[in-house]
Design a protein around this ligand. Sequence first.
Ligand code: NDP
Length: 280
Amino acid sequence: MIIDGTQIAAGIQKELIHDVKRLKDEHHLTPGLTTILVGDDSASRVYVSMKKKACKKIGIYYEEHTFPGDAKEEEIVRLIQRLNQDERIHGILVQLPLPSHLDESSVLCSITPQKDVDGFHPVNMGKLLTGDEGMAPCTPSGIITLLEKMGIEVAGKRAVVVGRSNIVGKPVAVMLLNRDATVTICHSNTKDLGQYTRQADILVVAIGRAKFITEDMVREGVAVIDVGINRVGGKLCGDVDFERVKKKASAITPVPGGVGPMTVAMLMKNTVTAAKNTLK
Ligand code: NDP
């Protein structure tokens, strides 16, 4: 079973179009998202333009702010403080990575947790740990949604997450734990990685190394979620050796067309949720 993230994301976008229309008609409320891009990274520009396109399609108000690569932290934080007060804006997203002279953590912390649609603010991370997933990070939410939509049961299953970043590995491990999986987290210091990955009923891989997970590292019937995005010879591929591993897997996400489209869909969903929260 190849998990079609593009199709599932399109279904979520359709639901959101309906939600946004209702918010406009019944509450005169248009959800608004703003992105902040610092510097000239070409991949970041592509990601920002995908978000802009999705907003347009769904009917979300969109605003873009760009800074030169040598921008001062105070300038960016000042803008964020203004956007925190702006009633048209319900979600503020700082496109990562930031240039190295900027302190990523202090920039992200200046976003009010209510508008932190990326779910990276320590308040939202802390809530996630306690089981409140109101504003969960987008890629992990997308992974959980894929599992749900494909009818892949999580409770009682052995889940192995390879990678422990704050944006993917750690939060997805917590979300699987919140759903009663027995979770193992692996990283670059894990000895004999295959010993763990072979135990997985659900294997989530987020490391950023092309085709790193090979068929001998998985067991028959595993559900594989490949988060990795790598460029090899001008083509995109995941962290999993898709062609070989798919023969053993009961379900697997392709790259591209798996987790990627879900990340954008979940960002849109968080923005709509943040707008709805202002009605409470
Ligand atoms: P990071 O570089 O922040 O983290 C990578 C993690 O992988 C680290 O925890 C690292 O361990 C671990 N790792 C590296 N090498 C190995 C190894 N040989 N064995 C076991 N673990 C290893 O990456 P991200 O989490 O940000 O992203 C991971 C991948 O997912 C990238 O390819 C990225 O492009 C992609 N991505 C895709 C998204 C999507 O929407 N599809 C969204 C976000 C990311 P350690 O902590 O010990 O260094």
